[in-house]
Every structure is written in C-alpha cells, then in structure tokens.
Design a protein around this ligand. Structure first.
Ligand code: AMP
Length: 215
C-alpha cells in the first residue's frame, strides 16, 4: 500500500499515519520529523532548513527532494509507505511523480483530511512537548493535559511549546498550507487518486479512510 496523507498542519496526519502503519504494515515517512532530526543533529540539511521552519515557511523543494529520493530507496519502503507532510507544493508532487516512475512504483491513494480550522488552531497552540530528547512525550492542554502543569508525566522533565506551535507561527503555517499545499487537492483529484474524509477526531477519520480503501 502506497499512500499520501494531505491535510493542514494539526489535522492529525501524524496520528493517523501511525494507525495506518499498524493496519497495513507499512512505514511512515514524515518530512517534518526527518527535518527536525536534521536540525537537532546540526547536519548541513538541518542548518539549511532551520530558519524556514522557525518562520513557518516551507523548506526549498530541492532540499526536500534530496531527502525523499534517498528515503524512498531504502529497503524498508518496499512493502509500502505513507507520506506524511510530503508533497507540500505542486513542484514537489510533480517531482514525486517522476521519482515513483523511476522506481517503478504506483500510488494507491491520496487521503485528504478536512478538519475545521478552529479545531486545528486549538490543537496546535495547546501542544506541549517534553524537553528531554530521549522522551519527547507529547501532551495537549485541550484534552491530554499533563498531571502537573509544565511537567512531563513520564520522565518529570520540563514541557515546552515548540517554536512553530506558537499562535503567530501556526497562523503563518496555515496560510502557507492554503497558498502552496491546498492546490494539491485539485492536482490529485485530476489524477484520480483523491480520497477525502472530513471530521475532527483522528480515529473517525482513520475509520473512514480504511472503509474507503476497502482493503
Ligand atoms: P510538519 O511537522 O510536517 O508540519 O513540518 C514542520 C515544518 O517542516 C514545516 O512547517 C516546514 O517548514 C518543514 N517541512 C516539512 N515537510 C516539508 C515539505 N514537504 N516541504 C517543505 N517544507 C517542509
């Protein structure tokens, strides 16, 4: 099974990807996670990406395509994969089309998550992440709050708000999504790959995707 998950930041792509990984035994490829890893490691890709990420802008397509070409060639991708947060622009989608052709791979579906904007803003600005790099547990002030404010339930380290989850940056990321990524919905609709689901609960969106994939 080869899937793309499309949806605004905070629409639940990460959570739903993990559910799809378990259901279909495929790997999740999150460009956001790969980039955050590169920033933390201080690699040359990380150094190039960091300023864009802090502003809520997209990292240049050339950097992303370099990462993706290397990742899709790894052997764990052969049973299938789910792309979470990629492609984010029409040029990335076109380049992905060329890359898949080169690797003789075919997409099964592009799942588009439609989640109300109010739900997304509350979810992202309320997220708190454990500052301990070996824990990184995630809490949410709206629903999954830690037992003690600002303290990780699992390891007792301080919880922090990621720079790109502050409200002004969240709004910038949503604008970037509307301008640059939302056009992909029409792009994949024309290609006949689009499968749209609507709602705000990740579990219910996942159930709808599985029902529509019919496998
Ligand atoms: P995410 O966790 O997917 O929301 O990604 C966090 C940040 O990483 C985004 O706000 C972008 O700055 C950058 N990023 C992730 N994926 C991409 C992509 N496919 N193209 C460009 N930038 C990306």
């Amino acid at each position: 099974m080869r899937l793309i998950l499309l949806g605004a930041p905070g629409s639940g792509k990460g959570t739903i990807s993990k559910m799809l990984v378990e259901k279909y035994n495929i790997v999740q490829i999150s460009t956001g996670d790969i980039l955050r890893g590169a920033v933390a490691a201080g690699s040359s890709v990380g150094k190039e990406a960091e300023a864009y990420m802090k502003r809520g802008d997209l990292v240049p397509d050339a950097v992303i395509m370099g990462i993706m070409e290397e990742r899709l060639r790894e052997p764990d991708c052969s049973p299938g994969f789910i792309l979470d947060g990629f492609p984010r622009t029409i040029p990335q989608a076109e380049a992905l089309g060329g890359l898949l052709k080169k690797l003789s791979l075919r997409l099964d579906a592009v799942c588009n998550l439609e989640v109300p904007e109010g739900v997304i803003i509350k979810r992202l600005t309320g997220r708190r992440t454990c500052s301990n790099p070996s824990c990184q547990a995630i809490f949410n002030l709206d629903g999954r709050a830690p037992k003690r404010e600002g303290v990780c339930d699992k390891c007792g380290s301080a919880l922090v708000q990621r720079d790109d989850e502050k409200e002004d940056v969240v709004r910038a990321r949503l604008k970037t999504y509307g301008d640059k990524t939302a056009p992909l919905i029409g792009y994949y609709e024309k290609e006949g790959h689009l499968l749209s689901v609507a709602g705000s609960e990740s579990r219910l969106l996942f159930d709808q995707i599985v029902a529509k994939l019919g496998k």
